[in-house]
Design a protein around this ligand. Structure first.
Ligand code: NAD
Length: 462
């Protein structure tokens, strides 16, 4: 854990690094990105071991969602670095000619990246990629809820980066509070909305811009004409990946009247196909991150407000196991419908029609993700046009976040700002507006004294 009194110095060294120009040109930036890539390649096994230790992640899920995801982000960024950093020409109106204008991308300075525990490697390093590409030095704050991962990151980062380029601060509330007292040029926070408010308040002291990647209850709407089997399989995969501890997991399902029984049966069947009759024995099923979250989830189940547990419903606190659980006949006022579930419990509610589903979503906070399943383009278009969400996947779930060209972020209560691909580069960049005028001609028209003739001409052309 980082000593609180060291934190101002850690940040000062990063500010000095930025000012001294450690990331001024693309060559320096690409060296740092290559170092990050080397860290991921060389330390893959240790990173995965740590993820298994803290969250019981299946190794292949740890690889795909944390290691490969970040390496892909690095590779995509390296491929585009030259084009993204190139000044972009813009048009100059005839009245301001001769002259040329352009947008000059410049780094913000020193940035702070704070990550949560559910994808503790990806969510710390995927924002670092565009931060470095844009030329910023950065301090990384991993989550204390995944201590093995945090300790490993604290050990590895100084081996691959100089302290004036990338540094790590570890710890919990006291350390993060001390960190947030420092002046940054951008704060990139991923986690729950309550801490998001703490981060934004601290940022306001220094007028620091923030990106807040938050959560929320992401709905999956299933229309009566959907391919039920495919929808069930995709929802089950997205929900029970990482034991439901995924910010874009379908939080709950809105099934159009008439298909609920078939849908819950198909989801239950998919669960058994994926994880076997006893998911506890499956090497492909993760664990709940800690006892506190296990207790929270069991309490949601105990609180009722639903007709039946179709599958699952059992847990073991000591091993932090919670069975993939599907609840049918869930009432809108059930405890599971209050806050983001963030665990392997899938409530299925019935709605009369798609318009009722749309109203249900719009009556609540804007979600981070929204999924709609239907064989009709009209239905899908209608849902997209009439709801608001950070991002959408149609007839599947979660996958929109893996497309580099799609900015990833929330809206309203699910966050502000975005990243992945160019959107990440833009987040950590200031596009400086530059107008370049030749010294000649220099007509006196715009200068005082504003004679009547000048005024007439100015009024005519401006
Ligand atoms: P968490 O408990 O690990 O907290 C996140 C970070 O905030 C940690 O680094 C922690 O040290 C810091 N923190 C906690 N309390 C603080 C305080 N009082 N002051 C300052 N810093 C503090 O993670 P979490 O918040 O439980 O994460 C889960 C939430 O994150 C869910 O809501 C999920 O949907 C959301 N999430 C969003 C995304 C996204 O990309 N939008 C991704 C993953 C998770």
């Amino acid at each position: 854990m980082t000593a609180v009194d060291l934190i101002p110095d850690i940040v000062r060294v990063l500010h000095e690094g930025f000012r001294s120009g450690v990331l001024r040109d693309n060559q320096q930036r690409s060296v740092q990105l290559q170092r990050l890539r080397a860290m991921f390649v060389e330390q893959e096994d240790r990173l995965i071991d740590a993820l298994v230790a803290d969250v019981g992640k299946p190794r292949i899920e740890a690889y795909t969602t944390e290691i490969a995801f970040t390496i892909n982000e690095i590779d995509d960024t390296l491929k585009h670095l030259d084009s993204w950093t190139k000044p972009g020409k813009v048009k100059v109106p005839i009245t301001f000619k001769p002259g040329s204008a352009h947008l000059h991308p410049e780094p913000l300075g020193t940035v702070c990246i704070i990550a949560p525990w559910n994808y503790p490697v990806q969510l710390l390093f995927a924002p670092l990629v565009p931060a470095l590409a844009a030329g910023n030095t950065a301090v990384l704050k991993p989550s204390e809820v995944t201590p093995t991962v945090a300790a490993l990151i604290e050990e590895l980062v100084p081996k691959y980066f100089d302290a004036n380029t990338v540094a790590v601060v570890t710890g919990a509330v006291d350390e993060t509070t001390a960190l947030l007292e420092q002046r940054f040029d951008h704060i990139f926070y991923t986690g729950n909305g309550n801490v998001g408010r703490v981060v934004m308040r601290a940022a306001a002291e220094h007028l620091t811009p923030v990106t807040l990647e938050l959560g929320g209850k992401s709905p999956a709407i299933v229309a009566a004409d959907a391919n039920i089997k495919v929808a069930a399989r995709r929802i089950a995969w997205a929900k029970f990946l990482n034991a439901g501890q995924t910010c874009v997991a379908p939080d709950y399902v809105l099934a159009e009247d008439g298909i609920e029984d078939d849908l819950v049966a198909a989801i239950a069947e998919a669960v058994t196909t994926f994880y076997g009759a006893d998911p506890r024995q499956s090497p492909d099923y993760a664990r709940i991150v800690n006892e506190r979250h296990h207790d929270r989830l069991m309490k949601l189940l105990d609180a009722g407000g639903y007709d039946a547990t179709v599958i699952g419903g059992t847990g073991d606190r000591a091993s932090r196991y919670l069975a993939p659980t599907v609840l049918a006949g869930v009432k809108p006022d059930a405890a599971v419908m209050d806050d983001e579930i963030f665990g392997p419990i899938l409530p299925v509610l019935t709605v009369g029609d798609i318009d009722e589903a749309v109203r249900f979503v719009n009556d609540r906070e804007k979600p981070l993700a929204l999924y709609a399943f239907s064989s009709s383009d009209d239905v899908l278009d209608h849902v997209v046009a009439n709801t608001s969400a950070g991002g959408v996947t149609l007839n599947h779930a979660v996958l929109h976040l893996a497309i580099p060209e799609l900015p990833f972020g929330g809206v309203g209560a699910s966050g502000m700002g975005a990243y992945h691909g160019k959107a990440g580069f833009d987040t950590f960049t200031h596009y400086k507006a530059v107008l370049d005028k030749p010294t000649r001609p220099d007509p006196s028209l715009m200068y005082p004294p504003y004679t009547n003739t000048k005024q007439k001409i100015l009024r005519k052309f401006l």
